[in-house]
Write a protein that binds this ligand. Structure first.
Ligand code: C2E
Ligand code: MG
Ligand code: MG
Length: 260
Protein backbone atom coordinates (compact mmCIF):
# COMPACT_ATOMS: atom_id res chain seq x y z
CA UNK A 1 0.00 0.00 0.00
CA UNK A 2 2.77 2.38 1.00
CA UNK A 3 4.39 1.87 -2.40
CA UNK A 4 1.13 2.51 -4.26
CA UNK A 5 0.72 5.75 -2.36
CA UNK A 6 4.32 6.79 -2.91
CA UNK A 7 3.94 6.16 -6.66
CA UNK A 8 0.71 8.14 -6.71
CA UNK A 9 2.43 11.08 -5.04
CA UNK A 10 5.38 10.99 -7.46
CA UNK A 11 2.95 10.78 -10.38
CA UNK A 12 1.01 13.78 -9.12
CA UNK A 13 -2.20 11.82 -8.74
CA UNK A 14 -3.45 13.52 -5.58
CA UNK A 15 -5.46 16.70 -5.96
CA UNK A 16 -6.72 19.23 -3.44
CA UNK A 17 -10.24 20.58 -3.58
CA UNK A 18 -11.24 23.74 -1.72
CA UNK A 19 -14.56 24.31 0.00
CA UNK A 20 -15.65 27.86 0.89
CA UNK A 21 -16.21 28.83 4.53
CA UNK A 22 -18.83 31.52 5.11
CA UNK A 23 -19.31 33.97 7.98
CA UNK A 24 -23.02 33.61 8.78
CA UNK A 25 -23.15 37.10 10.32
CA UNK A 26 -21.93 38.96 7.24
CA UNK A 27 -22.37 36.50 4.37
CA UNK A 28 -18.65 36.86 3.57
CA UNK A 29 -16.43 34.02 2.39
CA UNK A 30 -13.63 34.13 4.94
CA UNK A 31 -11.66 31.11 3.84
CA UNK A 32 -11.64 27.55 2.58
CA UNK A 33 -10.98 24.01 3.77
CA UNK A 34 -8.49 21.99 1.71
CA UNK A 35 -9.80 18.45 1.06
CA UNK A 36 -7.67 15.79 -0.56
CA UNK A 37 -8.90 13.77 -3.56
CA UNK A 38 -7.40 10.74 -5.29
CA UNK A 39 -8.86 10.36 -8.77
CA UNK A 40 -7.59 7.34 -10.75
CA UNK A 41 -6.77 7.17 -14.44
CA UNK A 42 -9.74 4.89 -15.12
CA UNK A 43 -12.10 7.61 -13.84
CA UNK A 44 -12.73 5.73 -10.62
CA UNK A 45 -12.13 7.52 -7.40
CA UNK A 46 -11.17 6.48 -3.84
CA UNK A 47 -12.92 8.72 -1.28
CA UNK A 48 -10.77 10.31 1.47
CA UNK A 49 -12.69 8.42 4.16
CA UNK A 50 -11.13 5.29 2.60
CA UNK A 51 -7.63 6.36 1.55
CA UNK A 52 -6.79 8.68 4.48
CA UNK A 53 -7.16 5.83 7.03
CA UNK A 54 -5.08 3.58 4.72
CA UNK A 55 -2.41 6.24 4.40
CA UNK A 56 -2.55 6.63 8.15
CA UNK A 57 -2.11 2.88 8.74
CA UNK A 58 0.84 2.63 6.35
CA UNK A 59 2.56 5.72 7.73
CA UNK A 60 2.39 7.42 4.33
CA UNK A 61 0.11 10.11 5.79
CA UNK A 62 3.18 12.02 6.99
CA UNK A 63 4.48 12.51 3.45
CA UNK A 64 0.99 13.11 2.08
CA UNK A 65 0.31 15.64 4.82
CA UNK A 66 3.45 17.59 3.92
CA UNK A 67 2.38 17.61 0.28
CA UNK A 68 -1.11 18.80 1.28
CA UNK A 69 0.25 21.64 3.42
CA UNK A 70 2.76 22.80 0.83
CA UNK A 71 0.30 22.62 -2.06
CA UNK A 72 -2.54 24.31 -0.16
CA UNK A 73 -0.41 27.14 1.25
CA UNK A 74 1.09 27.83 -2.19
CA UNK A 75 -2.37 27.89 -3.74
CA UNK A 76 -4.06 30.01 -1.10
CA UNK A 77 -1.15 32.44 -0.98
CA UNK A 78 -1.56 32.94 -4.72
CA UNK A 79 -5.28 33.69 -4.20
CA UNK A 80 -4.54 36.04 -1.30
CA UNK A 81 -2.31 38.00 -3.66
CA UNK A 82 -4.55 37.84 -6.70
CA UNK A 83 -7.65 39.00 -4.78
CA UNK A 84 -5.83 41.12 -2.14
CA UNK A 85 -7.96 39.25 0.37
CA UNK A 86 -7.35 37.63 3.73
CA UNK A 87 -8.33 34.04 2.96
CA UNK A 88 -8.10 31.60 5.88
CA UNK A 89 -6.86 28.12 4.99
CA UNK A 90 -8.14 25.15 6.99
CA UNK A 91 -6.11 21.93 6.79
CA UNK A 92 -6.91 18.53 8.35
CA UNK A 93 -4.31 16.75 10.48
CA UNK A 94 -4.76 13.06 11.21
CA UNK A 95 -3.65 11.22 14.36
CA UNK A 96 -0.30 10.00 13.09
CA UNK A 97 0.63 13.39 11.67
CA UNK A 98 -0.34 15.11 14.89
CA UNK A 99 1.98 13.01 17.07
CA UNK A 100 4.86 12.77 14.57
CA UNK A 101 8.07 13.97 16.22
CA UNK A 102 8.94 16.23 13.29
CA UNK A 103 5.48 17.85 12.88
CA UNK A 104 6.23 21.32 14.16
CA UNK A 105 9.61 21.63 12.44
CA UNK A 106 8.23 20.43 9.13
CA UNK A 107 5.30 22.88 9.30
CA UNK A 108 7.64 25.71 10.16
CA UNK A 109 9.90 24.85 7.22
CA UNK A 110 6.98 24.73 4.77
CA UNK A 111 5.50 28.05 5.94
CA UNK A 112 8.94 29.62 5.70
CA UNK A 113 9.63 28.38 2.19
CA UNK A 114 6.16 29.28 0.89
CA UNK A 115 6.26 32.59 2.80
CA UNK A 116 2.79 31.84 4.11
CA UNK A 117 1.46 33.83 7.07
CA UNK A 118 0.73 31.47 9.97
CA UNK A 119 -2.25 33.47 11.20
CA UNK A 120 -4.10 32.63 7.98
CA UNK A 121 -3.70 28.91 8.63
CA UNK A 122 -5.81 26.70 10.88
CA UNK A 123 -5.33 23.00 11.60
CA UNK A 124 -8.24 20.69 12.28
CA UNK A 125 -7.86 17.66 14.50
CA UNK A 126 -10.64 15.43 15.75
CA UNK A 127 -11.52 15.43 19.42
CA UNK A 128 -10.54 11.76 19.74
CA UNK A 129 -7.04 12.54 18.47
CA UNK A 130 -6.74 15.48 20.85
CA UNK A 131 -8.12 13.57 23.85
CA UNK A 132 -5.76 10.59 23.44
CA UNK A 133 -2.78 11.58 25.59
CA UNK A 134 -4.29 14.96 26.39
CA UNK A 135 -1.14 16.26 28.08
CA UNK A 136 1.01 15.51 25.02
CA UNK A 137 -1.67 17.03 22.79
CA UNK A 138 -1.66 20.25 24.79
CA UNK A 139 2.11 20.46 24.37
CA UNK A 140 1.89 20.02 20.59
CA UNK A 141 -1.03 22.46 20.35
CA UNK A 142 0.93 25.08 22.29
CA UNK A 143 3.85 24.76 19.88
CA UNK A 144 1.50 25.24 16.92
CA UNK A 145 -0.18 28.20 18.63
CA UNK A 146 3.29 29.70 19.26
CA UNK A 147 3.87 29.67 15.52
CA UNK A 148 0.67 31.72 15.19
CA UNK A 149 -1.45 28.92 13.72
CA UNK A 150 -5.15 28.53 14.65
CA UNK A 151 -6.59 25.24 15.93
CA UNK A 152 -10.03 23.68 15.54
CA UNK A 153 -11.60 20.48 16.85
CA UNK A 154 -13.18 18.73 13.86
CA UNK A 155 -16.30 16.50 13.86
CA UNK A 156 -17.10 17.74 17.34
CA UNK A 157 -19.66 15.64 19.18
CA UNK A 158 -18.95 12.34 17.39
CA UNK A 159 -15.81 11.21 19.18
CA UNK A 160 -14.61 10.57 22.64
CA UNK A 161 -14.64 13.85 24.49
CA UNK A 162 -13.81 14.94 28.00
CA UNK A 163 -15.00 18.38 28.99
CA UNK A 164 -12.26 18.69 31.60
CA UNK A 165 -9.68 18.23 28.84
CA UNK A 166 -11.58 20.44 26.42
CA UNK A 167 -11.27 23.48 28.63
CA UNK A 168 -7.47 23.01 28.83
CA UNK A 169 -6.88 22.83 25.08
CA UNK A 170 -5.49 26.02 23.52
CA UNK A 171 -7.97 25.83 20.63
CA UNK A 172 -9.86 28.55 18.79
CA UNK A 173 -12.84 26.77 17.32
CA UNK A 174 -15.23 23.81 17.47
CA UNK A 175 -16.53 22.37 14.23
CA UNK A 176 -19.98 20.84 14.64
CA UNK A 177 -20.16 17.52 12.82
CA UNK A 178 -22.45 17.33 9.83
CA UNK A 179 -24.43 14.45 11.35
CA UNK A 180 -25.99 16.93 13.82
CA UNK A 181 -26.72 19.49 11.10
CA UNK A 182 -28.34 17.08 8.65
CA UNK A 183 -31.76 16.81 10.31
CA UNK A 184 -32.19 20.46 11.29
CA UNK A 185 -34.90 21.75 11.66
CA UNK A 186 -36.92 18.52 11.91
CA UNK A 187 -35.13 16.62 14.65
CA UNK A 188 -35.70 18.21 18.05
CA UNK A 189 -32.76 16.37 19.60
CA UNK A 190 -30.37 17.72 16.98
CA UNK A 191 -31.70 21.25 17.52
CA UNK A 192 -31.01 20.86 21.24
CA UNK A 193 -27.54 19.36 20.69
CA UNK A 194 -26.47 21.99 18.16
CA UNK A 195 -27.65 24.95 20.23
CA UNK A 196 -26.03 23.45 23.35
CA UNK A 197 -22.68 22.93 21.57
CA UNK A 198 -22.76 26.52 20.35
CA UNK A 199 -23.62 27.90 23.81
CA UNK A 200 -20.90 25.80 25.44
CA UNK A 201 -18.30 26.84 22.87
CA UNK A 202 -19.13 30.51 23.39
CA UNK A 203 -18.96 30.13 27.16
CA UNK A 204 -15.45 28.68 26.68
CA UNK A 205 -14.51 31.60 24.43
CA UNK A 206 -14.44 29.49 21.23
CA UNK A 207 -15.86 30.16 17.78
CA UNK A 208 -18.13 27.63 16.12
CA UNK A 209 -18.18 26.40 12.53
CA UNK A 210 -20.97 24.12 11.30
CA UNK A 211 -20.26 21.51 8.60
CA UNK A 212 -22.65 20.04 6.09
CA UNK A 213 -25.01 23.01 5.77
CA UNK A 214 -27.19 22.12 2.80
CA UNK A 215 -30.41 24.11 3.28
CA UNK A 216 -31.46 27.69 4.02
CA UNK A 217 -33.41 26.44 7.07
CA UNK A 218 -30.23 24.93 8.54
CA UNK A 219 -28.29 28.11 7.90
CA UNK A 220 -31.06 30.22 9.44
CA UNK A 221 -31.23 28.07 12.59
CA UNK A 222 -27.45 28.22 13.01
CA UNK A 223 -27.47 31.99 12.56
CA UNK A 224 -30.17 32.34 15.22
CA UNK A 225 -27.99 30.30 17.60
CA UNK A 226 -25.15 32.74 16.81
CA UNK A 227 -22.97 30.15 15.11
CA UNK A 228 -20.24 32.26 13.49
CA UNK A 229 -19.11 30.16 10.54
CA UNK A 230 -20.42 27.47 8.21
CA UNK A 231 -19.52 25.35 5.22
CA UNK A 232 -21.69 23.11 3.10
CA UNK A 233 -23.26 22.51 -0.27
CA UNK A 234 -25.67 25.45 0.31
CA UNK A 235 -22.72 27.84 -0.05
CA UNK A 236 -20.38 25.77 -2.20
CA UNK A 237 -19.11 22.24 -2.74
CA UNK A 238 -15.43 21.41 -2.50
CA UNK A 239 -14.03 22.60 -5.86
CA UNK A 240 -10.83 21.98 -7.81
CA UNK A 241 -8.49 25.01 -7.73
CA UNK A 242 -9.50 26.62 -11.04
CA UNK A 243 -13.20 26.35 -10.16
CA UNK A 244 -12.70 27.69 -6.64
CA UNK A 245 -10.84 30.64 -8.15
CA UNK A 246 -13.73 31.39 -10.53
CA UNK A 247 -16.18 30.99 -7.67
CA UNK A 248 -14.22 33.41 -5.49
CA UNK A 249 -13.88 35.88 -8.33
CA UNK A 250 -17.63 35.82 -8.92
CA UNK A 251 -18.23 36.33 -5.20
CA UNK A 252 -15.79 39.29 -5.06
CA UNK A 253 -17.60 40.92 -7.96
CA UNK A 254 -20.88 40.67 -6.05
CA UNK A 255 -22.26 37.83 -8.14
CA UNK A 256 -22.83 35.49 -5.19
CA UNK A 257 -24.77 36.46 -2.07
CA UNK A 258 -24.85 34.26 1.03
CA UNK A 259 -26.68 36.49 3.45
CA UNK A 260 -30.05 35.15 4.56
P1 C2E B 1 -13.80 16.61 7.33
O1 C2E B 1 -12.52 17.29 7.61
O2 C2E B 1 -14.82 16.60 8.42
O3 C2E B 1 -14.37 17.31 6.03
C1 C2E B 1 -15.72 17.61 5.80
C2 C2E B 1 -16.35 16.62 4.86
O4 C2E B 1 -17.71 16.98 4.62
C3 C2E B 1 -15.71 16.58 3.47
O5 C2E B 1 -15.74 15.22 3.04
C4 C2E B 1 -16.66 17.44 2.63
O6 C2E B 1 -16.62 17.15 1.26
C5 C2E B 1 -17.98 17.05 3.24
N1 C2E B 1 -19.01 18.07 3.04
C6 C2E B 1 -18.86 19.39 2.92
N2 C2E B 1 -20.05 20.02 2.81
C7 C2E B 1 -20.99 19.06 2.85
C8 C2E B 1 -22.43 19.08 2.79
O7 C2E B 1 -23.08 20.11 2.68
N3 C2E B 1 -23.05 17.87 2.89
C9 C2E B 1 -22.38 16.70 3.04
N4 C2E B 1 -23.07 15.58 3.12
N5 C2E B 1 -21.01 16.65 3.10
C10 C2E B 1 -20.33 17.82 3.01
P2 C2E B 1 -14.52 14.57 2.23
O8 C2E B 1 -13.93 15.61 1.34
O9 C2E B 1 -15.03 13.32 1.65
O10 C2E B 1 -13.47 14.25 3.37
C11 C2E B 1 -13.74 13.30 4.36
C12 C2E B 1 -12.72 13.35 5.46
O11 C2E B 1 -11.44 12.93 5.00
C13 C2E B 1 -12.50 14.75 6.02
O12 C2E B 1 -13.56 15.07 6.91
C14 C2E B 1 -11.17 14.57 6.70
O13 C2E B 1 -11.31 13.96 7.95
C15 C2E B 1 -10.46 13.60 5.77
N6 C2E B 1 -9.56 14.36 4.88
C16 C2E B 1 -9.80 14.95 3.69
N7 C2E B 1 -8.69 15.55 3.21
C17 C2E B 1 -7.71 15.34 4.12
C18 C2E B 1 -6.32 15.72 4.21
O14 C2E B 1 -5.77 16.43 3.36
N8 C2E B 1 -5.63 15.29 5.33
C19 C2E B 1 -6.22 14.55 6.31
N9 C2E B 1 -5.49 14.17 7.36
N10 C2E B 1 -7.53 14.19 6.26
C20 C2E B 1 -8.26 14.58 5.18
MG1 MG C 1 -12.07 19.05 8.42
MG1 MG D 1 -15.47 17.43 9.91
Amino acid sequence: MHRRFANALVNNEFVLYYQPVVDLRTGEIIGCEALCRWPHRDNSFTPPDTFIPQAEASGFIVQLGEWVLRTATEQVRAWQKRFSATILLEVNLSARQFVHYNLVRSIEAILESVQYKADLLEFEITETVAMTNADDSIGIMRQLKNLGIGLALDDFGTGYSSLSHLKRFPIDKLKIDKSFVRDIPNDGNDLAIVSAIIAMAHALGLNVQAEGVETAAQSEFLRECECELAQGFLFGRPLPPSEFEEFFDRYRKGGLVFKS
